[in-house]
Write a protein that binds this ligand. Structure first.
Ligand SMILES: O[C@H]1[C@H](O)[C@@H](O)[C@H](O)[C@@H](O)[C@H]1O
Length: 581
């Protein structure tokens, strides 16, 4: 994995590299000429951006920019420090739990049989068990952004671990249906907090140039968690009480994350919000070992300036002001439309209906080893998330979203037609297959569900979790809360209605509805989602200042990519010269 693009191999180069080919690239006279032990020049005068508050309206939509102190600090390390990698991996255990806990339900539903309240689960029962977690996540995600601002990112994640623990224990001991549902609900509170705070945490500790990719690591854990849940579920299908073991295994990541966080700090941004600049400095010091002290100080100051931009007597007053700012500032409001729109599209195009109920669907269409097919589907989701990891910054968010949604739409149409010819009828707990045996249409369905999974993971499964880049720091917590809540509201609706839809409007109608929603989604993305890859936070805000500016954003992103490529070239040629010397 190439984590090092856009950064240099020596401190001197990194300063020059931060804004390659810009008019604002450091001029020799702005370097103060301080020497490091190795003899290289270190310093430069601080740019205005580290001394002034950021206001989008002050920034023209231009391709000129200045090096912020963040870029300068980040430029001093070649590659990402081990400390940042550890923080990223520990916080993305939340992603794993999100995936595992939403993933195991598919096989658990087929193996619970009559273990709960001595009855066979009806479609309604299955929907309640599944959607209880989405409901819990929806409720907690409404408050998680604010909780993360009041108590901290790290305590919020550790709090989610406790909710996981309680929820999981309730489920593994359940012999009553309602105890199981309560366990799923409480576990959902934990899932909702983790789904919001982990990407926020990663976004705040990640160097800007690779923020997109580090955030996708959380999605990789997520889809990996779903895949593992399916695989373990398949292995335990015929084990007595296997579903209890399947759920109990989720305690391992919970315990690991909780213990690791005991020894790890919160984000510098949160420490600054709490006025603890010393702690912020310490975390930055560990994150960017090679950066000189004065740049670390400048970075702390930059964070303080951004924090001061949110005025208020106390935390609640600040939260209220942030919420207001989110709605009255046009750039913020556009960001909100995009963030919530993408999260809504992710859910309402139907992916999670497969995630939650693929076992039930495949069993119904006559596949004897439904668990194996479910593994192929979630494996495809995982593999294509890896592809998204490489494409998201290089190819850009817009192309992968548009291609992805279009491909999903085609796959959904084919599935809808194939279900028609397969002639299957979902009818309460017992589905009726009108044709006996497994037909060619069954194969078409499986193939196109896999195609659907691939296009989904490539774009809309991954990009919406980049949500924090849409918002400036002062409204990020509240903005991402709205977007995450939209995601869980969509997940809840799908989980609570999918099986009923199969019964009432037939599988053909259900898949056709998802295809129609995919078509509307394509239009939404085409007209409203600007290209944000490679853009600075300030630039995202100025892009959204007076419209959605799709054309201009594409041109700007292209220019930034060229600049990074040119900078890379510059580094490698200077490395060759150094080697020759
Ligand atoms: O990004 C994730 C991922 O795509 C998962 O597979 C899905 O189950 C989640 O709902 C979604 O938020």
């Amino acid at each position: 994995m190439d984590f090092s693009w856009g950064r240099s191999t020596s401190p001197r180069q990194s300063v020059e590299l931060s804004s390659p080919e810009d008019n604002t690239v450091l001029q020799p006279e702005s370097l103060e000429g301080e020497k490091k032990e190795d003899g290289s020049h270190l310093t430069r005068t601080l740019t205005p951006s580290s001394e002034t508050k950021f206001k989008p309206e002050d920034h023209e939509f231009t391709d000129e920019r200045e090096d912020s102190s963040s870029e300068l600090v980040e430029g001093f390390d070649s590659g990402v420090s081990g400390f940042i990698i550890i923080l990223t991996f520990v916080s993305s255990i939340s992603g794993f739990m999100f995936g595992y806990d939403t993933g195991y339900i598919s096989s658990a539903l087929t193996s619970i049989k009559q273990d709960l309240s001595h009855k066979t689960l009806s479609y309604g029962d299955k929907e309640i068990l599944t959607s209880a977690t989405s409901l819990g996540a929806l409720i907690s995600s409404c408050f998680a952004g604010v909780a993360a601002d009041i108590f901290g990112r790290k305590p919020s994640i550790m709090g989610s671990n406790i909710l996981f623990l309680v929820g999981i224990i309730l489920q593994i001991c359940a012999d009553k249906y309602w105890q199981m549902a309560a366990g799923r609900l409480i576990m959902g509170f934990g899932v909702g907090i983790g789904s919001l705070v982990a990407p926020l945490f990663i976004g705040e500790i990640a160097p800007k140039t690779i923020r997109g990719r580090l955030t996708v690591i959380n999605s990789l854990w997520l889809t990996g968690g779903q895949l593992i849940a399916y695989a373990v579920g398949a292995g335990l299908t015929h084990v007595h009480n296997g579903w209890r073991i399947l759920i109990g295994l989720a305690l391992i990541p919970v315990a690991l994350q909780f213990s690791f966080f005991f020894f790890l700090p919160d984000t510098p941004r949160f420490y600054v919000m709490k006025g603890n600049t010393d702690a912020a400095r310490r975390v930055l010091r560990r994150s960017y070992r090679n950066a000189p002290d004065y740049l670390i100080d400048a970075k702390v100051k930059e964070l303080c300036d951004m924090n001061n931009a949110v005025e208020g007597k106390n935390v609640l007053d600040k939260v209220w002001k942030m919420t207001k700012e989110l709605h009255v500032n046009p750039a913020n409001f556009r960001a909100l439309i995009i963030a919530c729109g993408l999260q809504g599209i992710q859910q309402f195009t139907g992916w999670n209906s497969l995630m939650y109920f693929s076992g039930t669907i495949f069993e119904t269409v006559g596949i004897s080893n439904s668990a194996a097919v479910s593994i192929i589907v979630s494996g495809t989701n995982f593999v294509f998330t890896i592809i998204a990891f490489f494409a998201i910054d290089k190819i850009g968010r817009r192309p992968i979203l548009l291609v992805g949604i279009f491909g999903m739409m085609v796959a959904l149409i084919v599935c809808s037609i194939a279900f028609h010819f397969l002639g299957v009828k979902f009818n309460g707990a017992d589905a009726v297959v009108l044709h006996t045996g497994f037909t060619a249409w069954g194969i078409v369905i499986i193939v196109f569900i896999v195609v659907f999974a691939a296009f989904y993971a490539l774009g809309i499964g991954t990009v919406p979790w980049q949500q924090s880049e849409l918002f400036p720091q002062n409204v990020r917590g509240v903005g991402t809360s709205y977007a995450t809540a939209t995601n869980w509201a969509g997940s809840l609706v799908i989980a609570a209605t999918f099986l009923t839809m199969l019964q009432n409007i037939t599988p053909t109608g259900t898949f056709a509805l998802f295809a129609a929603l995919a078509a509307v989604s394509f239009i939404f993305v085409f007209f409203l989602y600007p290209e944000l890859s490679g853009l600075e936070l300030e630039e995202v805000q100025s892009v959204l200042k007076d419209g959605f500016n799709i054309k201009k954003s594409k041109a700007l992103a292209k220019k930034r990519k060229k600049q990074v490529a040119a900078a890379k070239k510059k580094v490698s040629s200077s490395e060759i010269i150094e080697e020759d010397d």
